[in-house]
Ligand binder design. Sequence first.
Ligand SMILES: Cc1cc2nc3c(=O)[nH]c(=O)nc-3n(C[C@H](O)[C@H](O)[C@H](O)COP(=O)(O)OP(=O)(O)OC[C@H]3O[C@@H](n4cnc5c(N)ncnc54)[C@H](O)[C@@H]3O)c2cc1C
Length: 394
Amino acid sequence: MRNRLIIVGAGPAGLSLARALRRSGAEITLVERQSRAALADPLPDGREIALTQASVRHLRDMGVWSLIPPDEVHPLREARVLDGGSPFTLAISSPKRRGADLGVLVSNHLIRRALFASVEAQDGITLLCGREVREARADSDGVSVTLDDGTRLEGDLLVAADSRFSSTRSALGMGAEMIPVGKSMLVCRVRHDKPHAGIATEWFDYKRTVAMLPLAPGMSSLVLTLPHDQAQGLAALPLAELGPQFAALTRDRWGTMEAVGPVVAYPLTMTFAHRFCSPRAALIGDAAVGMHPVTAHGFNLGLAGAMRLARLLQGARDIGETRLLRRFALAHRAATRPLYLATLALVRLYTDDRPGAHALRKAMLHTGALAPVRHALGAMLADRKFARPMCARG
Ligand SMILES: Cc1cc2nc3c(=O)[nH]c(=O)nc-3n(C[C@H](O)[C@H](O)[C@H](O)COP(=O)(O)OP(=O)(O)OC[C@H]3O[C@@H](n4cnc5c(N)ncnc54)[C@H](O)[C@@H]3O)c2cc1C
């Protein structure tokens, strides 16, 4: 029996895989550079994660969902896409039935806290926190990693879940396409006057993109995509000064605003690994597919990948068997590549500030050329094949 698994990275993807394998009999070692205290009680990082119905089901099945406070779960009833000052609205709603939610919004730190609590309590797992993987090797004989304190670990399968800039992926010779988007995403919780009605708004405005994600009544997560220096400049301002600035940037669409924080600016780079497996090694989470947050699917795809790999490894006599890893890689690529490419096309279209790009966007929105993206998004969020088309004038 060859069942020793080493996972590098206890982010949402690495933790999900460890949890999904709780009954597999695998002997799991999870290595993470952050401290145990930081993992057990992560600080809010401003990310509000739109979870699909499928993700909620996976988290429920793994006993993780019950560890997230119910009053911190916010329904996402509908998403609307606006273009500049145009009254035209492209709406994405659940294809299931009128009134059904598209998904839910949960803060990233609460998902991470719940995942860590569940993994920490499970048998057969060794957590090495505050330790960084410095070297990694995997071939048909076995795998080994060397940590920053010189400890050497050996195993039968190595899984890299160490972010979109994964050094383990590089050490294993699995490169990735890397596309810097040239913009940063600034996130901040805000209180506002006008109700959000559970509707997420994605507003492609001149030289910036504004998203409002509905949380508690009168509270949303404001997400601004801006040039790096502008995002850094705003992030450095005191919270009290930000509210009026945000209200002006959103042209008072949600009334007056008060910034609650935290304010975090994320520089954006999209990544897609050239391969998802090599002998006795696999990539999951952002290390495999680093999405742009605009389509809200990074963690959803990471969780789906972890579940996919865990299903294949259940009961395997050799968890590093090439046939299993290839099946995982093929299936995960097929499940992620179309949405990745659609997201990239959308990002290119909406970050293009050249003259003519705006007219093209308008035309695409009005002629329904974005319908495939809209349908795919609605269906993926609500866990169905096709979304119900719906356009409105706001
Ligand atoms: C603003 C924003 C909004 C988002 N919104 C959504 C959304 O609505 N829906 C959605 O599905 N996704 C969303 N995402 C994406 C989601 O947050 C990521 O896809 C997800 O966090 C990736 O998880 P991961 O575990 O793969 O990687 P990470 O979260 O990057 O974790 C990697 C872990 O590996 C550790 N590590 C790295 N190198 C080493 C090493 N050498 N040794 C040991 N440990 C190491 C790190 O410390 C870290 O803990 C959003 C992202 C952003 C930035």
